[in-house]
Design a protein. Structure first.
Length: 207
């Protein structure tokens, strides 16, 4: 599941959100189920991009990965199909403040580095149906960096690695991880309590 999928799912109306777990289970166990109507998007720049029916009004954008699919985006029928089919040259770089829409356009144009993916479970999607984030957060308290920073990460961020960091087992010489926290607010409060300068990871965009 991409970070953009989680963001777009959070924007769905309550009735549409409630259908995500069932759609995911069908995609996992029987992707050819007639209710999903999985098919390639006509005119898409990427040959591995598909659409999937959530219901009459909403579509899920998928990326084929072998015999399974990654969840890329979910939105209103015409909007989602438009994103899936759009042709656009990939940008060379992108900043930390790039919008969800721009990141999706770059990804569909072939820039695989613009999105982070995380394993998805029915539990993740059930959290989304309740208006909650599908992931947890960690805080890295760095007492060697200039300004003695406390940086907030999404737990699955490669820099965080679920609180293990880039070099697991390297010790606490430079800092330590705190978490996991269920919400961004809990992570922010932990960072605030450290008394250090608070920052957010520019790689995973936790908020």
């Amino acid at each position: 599941m991409s970070s953009i999928f989680a963001e777009s799912a959070n924007r769905l109306p309550k009735e549409a959100k409630a259908k995500l777990p069932k759609a995911f289970m069908l995609l996992t166990n029987n992707p050819r189920h007639p209710s999903l109507q999985v098919k390639k998007i006509e005119g898409a720049v990427r040959r591995d991009v598909y659409e999937c029916r959530l219901d009459q009004a909403w579509r899920i954008i998928l990326k084929e990965t072998g015999e399974t699919y990654d969840l890329v985006y979910v939105g209103a029928h015409d909007e989602a199909i438009s994103y899936g089919a759009r042709l656009r040259e990939s940008g060379a770089t992108y900043g930390s403040d790039i919008s969800m829409t721009e990141r999706l356009k770059l990804y569909l144009a072939g820039d695989d580095q613009v999105l982070e993916f995380v394993d998805v479970t029915v539990g993740n999607l059930e959290r989304l149906t309740k208006g909650k984030r599908a992931w947890t957060y960690h805080v890295y308290e760095n007492w060697r960096a200039e300004g003695h920073k406390a940086r907030i990460h999404v737990s699955h961020c490669p820099s965080c690695n679920n609180g293990e960091g880039v070099h697991p087992g390297s010790g606490d010489d430079n800092g330590r991880w705190h978490g996991p926290f269920k919400t961004f607010q809990e992570a922010f409060e932990a960072a605030e309590n450290s008394g250090r300068h608070i920052s957010e990871c520019k790689r995973c965009h936790p908020r």
